[in-house]
Design a protein around this ligand. Structure first.
Ligand SMILES: [Zn+2]
Length: 154
């Protein structure tokens, strides 16, 4: 645990740059004010981000509310940066959460299924990793049959 107002540079870089935490969030961890954090960052020669939405825009931040898009039927998407073309890039939050859980990136063919059928429920216990869309479709067919006809086919 870093000492108040004397956080090592690497720790600050980890939180502020790698984890993209805000000065307010870092302040909470250190038990100091946001202003104090700005001072500490400056003392450690860590370049400050531009504050507000403009700074965040360049700084793909999944926890930034402005970067969250609710696609009603498909669930929640988070902004993760830009394509080379400059177009904003969004990814499904469920995939991002699963990747963090597994500690690796998902393969394109892998699918994250919402177990309880609620695409907005992204708790890790509600997410299931499937190796393909085919496997995913099977689950949904079973689920549909069960709800319609009360049986589960193999
Ligand atoms: Zn599914």
């Amino acid at each position: 645990m870093p000492i108040k107002g004397n956080a090592p540079r690497e720790w600050l870089e980890q939180k502020y740059i790698a984890e993209d935490m805000t000065t307010r969030e870092i302040g909470k961890l250190l038990g100091v004010s946001k202003t104090q954090v700005v001072k500490i960052l400056k003392e450690n020669n860590i370049p400050l981000r531009r504050s507000g939405a403009r700074g965040f825009k360049e700084h793909c931040h999944p926890r930034w509310n402005g970067g969250i898009r609710d696609n009603q039927s498909n669930g929640i998407y988070v902004r993760v940066g830009r394509y080379a073309s400059g177009a904003t890039r969004y990814r499904k939050l469920a995939r991002v959460i699963m990747e963090r859980h597994l500690g690796r990136l998902l393969k394109r063919c892998e699918v994250v299924h919402h177990i309880n059928g609620d695409n907005h429920d992204n708790r890790i216990e509600n997410l299931q990793l499937l190796s393909s869309q085919a496997e995913h479709a099977k689950i949904h067919v079973k689920d549909l049959n069960f709800r319609r006809w009360g049986y589960v086919s193999n």
